[in-house]
Design a protein around this ligand. Structure first.
Ligand code: HEM
Length: 226
């Protein structure tokens, strides 16, 4: 919590990681699309030339994978599904209508965010494995033509799914007012936390109250000793 009573939602290192992922993802997705649709030359311009796309696209993909694995380590424990997620999913109609039920305790991330989190992590793993198999410069020669073809098929499928999910993710981030600001500054207001992530809010406040009580107790002991 900072001195304006805002709550820290996303630490600096995770924010940095997310910014790099966003930039790299846009470049990698567009360059990947240019490999599948060579007729759309504009996509390849993102990396200069089609030759550069072929060289750089796999490396960029590997960097995104590493950054996402870092986010996995940092955030996985907040994304473990629980029974409240089932209740949240059952009330999805209300959520979409903007009338989120107040009696369902929501942790740091809601069920939709958790689902997206695990989809992102699974799809990037599929993209890495299939991408390595089809990487002509280093690995493709170790595999039969059929295996490489299967890899290309699943690589394309996973890429399309991930691009669509990320469009949905960005849309949701814009839909929930205050969440993009939270990702940029790291902090969210208490009201935002209480409204969108009630359980997480109470857990955070418990720590704050405990720290305040402890410091009050220490101050009164000091005063008594003097
Ligand atoms: C313009 C594009 C994007 C926007 C506007 C955006 C926005 C956000 C925001 C606001 C959050 C924080 C949500 C919260 O605190 O409740 C977030 C979290 C996250 N974002 Fe993005 N994001 C974008 C692109 C991406 C991409 C390309 C990826 C990965 C391929 C990604 C992966 C994640 C992950 C893993 C989280 C943590 C969610 C969780 O732990 O459940 N984002 N994003």
């Amino acid at each position: 919590m900072n001195n304006k009573g805002m709550i820290l939602r996303t630490p600096l290192i995770v924010r940095f990681c997310h910014v790099f992922i966003v930039i790299l993802f846009i470049i990698t997705a567009l360059s990947g699309l240019s490999l599948f649709f060579p007729s759309i030359k504009a996509f390849a311009l993102v990396l200069g030339t089609p030759q550069l796309v072929r060289e750089l696209h796999p490396f960029l993909g590997c960097i995104i994978f590493i950054l996402l694995m870092f986010m996995l380590i940092k955030l996985a424990h907040h994304n473990i599904p629980n029974k409240d997620d089932v209740r949240w999913l059952k009330s999805i109609k209300q959520v979409v209508a903007g009338k989120e039920p107040e009696d369902i305790p929501i942790g740091k991330y809601n069920a939709g965010q958790k689902f997206l989190f695990w989809c992102i992590m699974s799809l990037i793993t599929v993209l890495l494995v299939t991408g390595l198999v089809m990487w002509r410069r280093y690995f493709a020669d170790y595999f039969s033509v059929d295996i490489v073809r299967i890899a290309i098929f699943f690589h394309s499928l996973a890429a399309i799914a991930l691009i669509l999910l990320i469009i949905g993710h960005a849309y949701m981030a814009m839909w929930v007012k205050g969440s993009i600001k939270g990702m940029i500054t790291g902090y969210v207001s208490r009201a935002w936390a209480r409204k969108n992530h009630s359980k997480w809010y109470h857990d955070e406040m418990k720590d704050v109250y405990q720290a305040e009580l402890q410091s009050k107790a220490e101050n009164s002991t000091d005063a008594a000793q003097k």
